[in-house]
Design a protein around this ligand. Structure first.
Ligand code: TXA
Ligand code: MG
Length: 325
């Protein structure tokens, strides 16, 4: 934790005054506003360049405050909150009256989580209310995992950046629709499906389609400037070298099994063998290859178990078709 008490107080003051604060969480940095201030919440969408129909997550300081923000909490949702908060799990529940429709994109449900980061928790405690925060990146681009990433993404668009060091988890929270009897995973993330299933005692379905429950799908998300191409792990080196020969500036995500291999490409990132380290580094790797001027990234998917499920989801979406709006 690098933020000082005076920074926390300042950030809480900015939120009270209707401003925007970038805050560290254990997953990625968020772009936060007072959840109960519709004008401040609307400002988030402007700064991010995000369609207003795309709902936000309300961050709260403790599971004890859950009922202040939502209604009709099913027993399973309470169990998940008890077990995983603070932590990288977001629960979608019925919207409480306190939550403005601006924060939910007009939905009657709201996404809530308690972040597991000392700076975020200190801010939530000093501020006293809820903080709506999407990831602090421009809409569709790579989420920030350091305070410098936030400044590079949003510049003057944010009133204050709280620096809490690099994010430990590195991919966003797992989003679970907990409104019904049987919870469903809307977005895989920092809490694994296996962890959730162990607590619930039943298998969970991860819908094959995107987690975005708003009109209009946005296939390309979490995307660097460079185009991302996914191939089988054993084809990464050959495909990268071919594209490089054809004149691309190729960045390679070299799979762990090929560690140390010589690759004739513009830039090489060695993918860590541990999924926790891969998740922690993923967005930084994508940013690095952009910074190094790559126009094409060749990568493969990890096994889709544990944190590998979230990593594969982000890589697939980074490789998704680009839409120009
Ligand atoms: O780890 C995280 O979740 C980070 C940190 C900052 O907490 N936040 C984050 O926020 O990833 P964002 O806005 O980038 O992604 C939130 C996702 C969106 O894709 C949105 O569609 C979904 O949550 N979401 C929010 N409210 C929802 C709702 N009521 N129903 C279904 N999905 C919802
Ligand atoms: Mg995001």
């Amino acid at each position: 934790m690098t933020a000082r008490t005076s920074d926390i107080e300042k950030a809480a003051g900015v939120l009270r005054a209707g401003g925007l604060v970038a805050l560290p969480t254990e997953t990625v940095y968020g772009l936060g506003a007072n959840a109960e201030d519709p004008a401040a919440v609307s400002h988030i969408f402007q700064v991010k360049g995000r369609p207003p129909s795309h709902p936000l997550i309300v961050h709260i300081g403790s599971a004890e405050h859950l009922d202040d923000w939502v209604e009709d909490v099913p027993a399973t949702a309470r169990l998940l909150a008890e077990r995983f908060w603070p932590g990288p799990l977001t629960l979608v529940l019925r919207r409480g009256r306190r939550v403005p429709l601006e924060a939910t994109g007009g939905l009657e449900t709201v996404a809530v989580r308690v972040p597991d980061h000392p700076v975020a928790l200190a801010l939530l405690s000093a501020f006293g209310g809820g903080v709506t925060a999407p990831s602090a990146n421009r809409f569709g681009s790579v989420s920030p995992t350091t305070a410098d990433d936030v400044r590079a993404e949003l510049g003057d668009g944010v009133d204050f950046v709280l620096d809490g060091g690099p994010c430990e988890v590195g991919v966003e929270s797992t989003i679970v629709d907990a409104t019904g009897e049987i919870p469903t995973i809307l977005r895989p993330g920092g809490v694994t499906r296996e962890d959730l299933e162990a607590v619930l005692g039943c298998p969970l379905v991860v819908p094959a389609t995107s987690h975005i429950r708003v009109p209009g799908q946005h296939p390309s998300h979490y995307a660097p400037r460079a185009r991302v191409v996914l191939v089988e792990p054993e084809k990464v080196v050959a495909e990268a070298e071919l594209a490089q020969e054809l004149g691309h500036r190729v960045g390679v995500f070299l799979p762990p099994a090929f560690a140390g291999a010589e690759v004739k490409a513009h830039a090489v990132v060695q993918v860590p063998g541990s999924m926790a380290a891969y998740a922690r580094g993923l967005y930084g790797f994508l940013r690095e290859l952009d910074l190094r001027g790559c126009d094409l990234i060749v990568a493969s998917l990890p096994a889709e178990e544990g944190l590998g499920l979230a990593i594969a989801n982000r890589l697939r979406r980074a490789a998704g078709p680009r839409t120009t709006v």
